[in-house]
Design a protein around this ligand. Sequence first.
Ligand code: IVH
Length: 664
Amino acid sequence: MNSSQAKAEIKRLAQQIEEHNHRYYGLNQPSISDAEYDRLLKKLMALEEQFPQHQQSTSPSQRVGAKVEGHLPTVHHQLKMLSLDNTYSIDEVKTWYKRLVKGLSGHQPPLSVEPKMDGVSCALTYAQGELILGATRGDGSVGEDVTHNVRTIRTIPLKLKGRGPSLLEVRGEVYMDKQDFAELNRQRKDSGEELFVNPRNATSGSLKLLDGRLAAKRHLKFLVHSLGTLEGQKPPESQWEFLRQCQQYGFAVNPHSRLCKNLDEVIDFCHDMEQKRQELAYDVDGVVIKVNDLKNQARLGTTLKSPRWAVAFKFPAYQATTLVRAITVQVGRTGVITPVAELEPVFCGGVTISRATLHNFDEIKRLGVNSGDRVLIERAGDVIPKIVKVTQKLSKGVFAIPKVCPSCSAKVVKEDLEQVAYRCVNPSCPKQLERGLLHFSSRGAMDIEGLGEAVIVQLLQKGHFKNFAYIYRLKKEDLLKLELFADKKAENLLQAILQSKKQSLSRLIYGLGIVNIGEKAASVLARHFGTIQALIKAKQEELTAIHEIGPVMASSIVDFFGQPPVRALINEFKDLGLNMKESRSPRGNKLAGKKFVFTGELEGLSRQAAGRMVEAQGGEVTSSLSAATDYVVAGASPGSKYAKALQLGVVVLNQKKFEEMIHG
Ligand code: IVH
């Protein structure tokens, strides 16, 4: 095949695959088998590899996901992403409607009613029909650029079907089906990762991943629900026309949405949806009611926070009553003891519930609950429901806070009168070690694939672990003695352990599981101190002088590294050859407060690297261009942003000028 034949074939295959994507994910009407689909995709990828010059940025092969370095860039929304006012009863909906009719001088407008998807709001921008930006809502004015992850969502067209406008920004909800969420949590449990609380949290976490290849595996979906910006085409007259247009562009719109002539139809829809919500594949937390006609929407206008032409009718949370069989306590990785209510299994909102969280012992006191009581439980799409109140006091006496740890029988203490948490005082408590090891090997920390809960529990039972350093002393014969371990699996795990020695210092700090130190703080500390030795020596004042580190975090760090076993562990890590350094890029302030936008290809310089250069000098990189942008850096074959920059009068720099600015 020659180059021009390959070009035509790549184009044909890409179109064909996207059509199948749309049929499968958008219309729910697949016309080929999964195997056939995979075959087409493989064929396309092979051709693209052979003829990389013909690969397009909108190719379906790009849905496998790309990686972003550092952190997600911020995006300034051209048009603020508002939220909705909530109503909690039909009476409140009626009151809202009355006000609406008054605002329209007595006109009773038709209303578009749509399920309120319990997902994550996202804005997608298309320039000349091609997806150029996917951004989260953030605080409504500034969100995060999640384009690399949005590209992996198959219900999102990378290229609009037909003739799209020159610029289109649609807004909608990224979400995860309940089944996919359950499967994801099952996998996370197996590999010892923290569980997501509900599909919305899982969606949000997935959208914010830096590695699009991981996001691609999360089965995210997207339903469009509102119009942002539109340029170069007549705007639709109504919400209903907008949704229809979106469908023609290749987006999925919610098939349950209806156009209602009057309020009675709206009320029927709300009742109907509340009945149906359990059967839906995804979480819906209410109904969104919108004035259909866009001119009437404009007449009604918006407040600072939300439009007057729309409202959310929120469903009540799922509730049920059941018996508390027992109250058990769990030990976490930092030794905190958490009570959990074991319940008589009860069906609630489509799932069977057998446990409820009690958060802490103050909560038990507040509820006055003990084993044997009948209680009202509630779940709002969450995995673990909560107890609302005791409905029938059947137990005698009050629940006694355990005096000893259920795992190691060491003393349990309330360390600080201000805090509600009780802790097991034994630093070598096996349960703490188990939870700590799981955290240490988890994906956000040392990322040791294969060292999950089942393996750790067995290794602990066999006495292989006394502290985290023992991971690096494991031998093949130790692993072969475990259940379901054969040669290959053991080798893979040992290889993963070896690889993890190279992880960054920030991951190591995070993995140590210091109380109050999350991923972000760990990365701040690693970059500030550069080596673990410098961090160990840091005094409280030096720590609190760092902008992102508060006094509570600082004390946690000082206390943690003050413990002799921790210091010994760090020495062991050193002897075992773990990386304990982080490169500290010198920071300047030549570009303090300046906002940069990049467009086109830079020669020998990736976007990420260029972005880091800007940030290292105190500047900021954004994806969307507005009058607030200071510089547009235009590389080869720049996109529509170049023309827009000229229109807005923003200074355009070529690569040479940009590099002079940084280095000069
Ligand atoms: S319209 C002005 N329609 O609900 C806001 N929003 O509580 C226009 N949501 O941030 C939004 N389903 O993320 C609209 N069918 C739907 C929706 C929906 C879910 C979310 C949206 C918004 C939040 C407000």
